[in-house]
Design a protein around this ligand. Structure first.
Ligand code: 3HC
Length: 283
């Protein structure tokens, strides 16, 4: 692979584009408008500058990103890419729309990857011409630090596409694992019920958000408490994953607590909206 396309320059897309460019791939990242694109590119710049100050990012890596990363508001910009990774909002219809467009645009031998956290790869593949070239590549937030990538095999995905996607993840310095196309794959199948339980504890008045976080950080050595993590990954993303899992498995452990749904309805999505369980406007 030489040229990589990334659709979406939000939390995940910007991290994926950064890691791709930093590791030597000619990379183009696409957003719907200049404003969102600018914000995403600024977050990459910010990450690199902070990384340099901490001695974690070298001048060569910053130069590689400058040289290899371009951006566009036109999806046509990815037409000659060898792999295109979609990282738009967790919404099945929106993702299908993106893949339908991509399918008409890219070469027949290009890999189409989705960074979905819970939507079926097989379902998304129903709108593309070559479902065998469709795969899941699920990165974790923050993408530059988190090593894991789940490589998800849709029903039609070929061995060659699985192997190429795995190789690509390795070339980004990641640790890939492969998973079948089962709702929420591996990490979120474990993580989402844990996050929902933390919200239930707050909702039922068992502990404050701060105490739930303290408990897991100081009692179990987790790097972040579950409520902080919820704000970090996004309450909207978590609720969507929970709903997908509940619809598929019908198990109470995947049912969203009312509080989570209300907070999402109120636009308290976490860091990305400036407020979740905690406020980020003052922080
Ligand atoms: N550039 C380069 N490196 C950087 C950096 C930057 N701008 N900022 C931080 N780092 C490095 C640090 O140097 C440090 O490296 P070291 O361990 O080698 O010293 C490491 O990253 C951690 O940085 P910090 O010490 O500043 O930060 P914390 O210790 O506070 O950790 C965190 C931050 C990595 C986010 C940690 O809190 C954590 O791991 N949280 C959990 C995150 C998690 O669970 N993510 C998965 C969410 S689930 C998901 O994404 C899936 C979705 O589908 C829901």
């Amino acid at each position: 692979m030489k040229k990589v396309g990334v659709i979406g320059c939000g939390l995940m897309g910007s991290g994926i584009a950064q890691m791709s460019a930093l590791n030597g791939y000619t990379t183009v990242v696409v957003e719907v408008n200049e404003e969102i694109l600018k914000k995403g590119l600024a977050s990459i710049q910010d990450w690199l500058e902070k990384g340099k100050k901490r001695g974690k990012v070298t001048d060569e890596q910053i130069e590689a990103v400058r040289k290899n990363l371009s951006s566009s508001t036109q999806v046509n910009a990815v037409k000659d890419c060898d792999i295109v990774i979609e990282a738009v909002t967790e919404n099945t219809e929106l993702k299908k729309k993106v893949f339908k467009q991509l399918s008409d645009l890219v070469r027949d031998d290009a890999i189409l990857a989705t960074n979905t956290s819970s939507i079926s790869v097989t379902e998304l593949a129903t709108v593309v011409k070559n479902p065998e070239r469709m795969v899941g590549m699920h990165f974790f937030n923050p993408v530059p630090i988190m090593k894991l990538v789940e490589i998800i095999r849709g029903l039609a995905t070929t061995d060659a596409v699985m192997a190429a996607s795995r190789e690509f993840a390795l070339s980004l310095g990641k640790e890939p694992i492969t998973c079948p196309d089962t709702p929420a794959f591996v990490v979120n199948k474990l993580l989402i019920p844990y996050l929902l339980d933390a919200v239930r504890m707050v909702q039922d008045g068992i502990a404050t958000p701060e105490d739930v976080d303290k408990a897991m950080v100081h009692g179990c050595g987790y790097p972040m408490g579950p409520i902080t993590l919820l704000d970090y990954v996004g309450l909207d993303t978590t609720l969507h994953a929970a709903d997908v899992m509940y619809a598929e498995f019908r198990e109470p452990k995947y049912a969203s607590p009312v509080l989570l749904r209300r907070m999402v309805q109120a636009g308290r999505w976490g860091r990305k909206s400036g407020r979740g369980f905690y406020s980020y406007e003052k922080r």
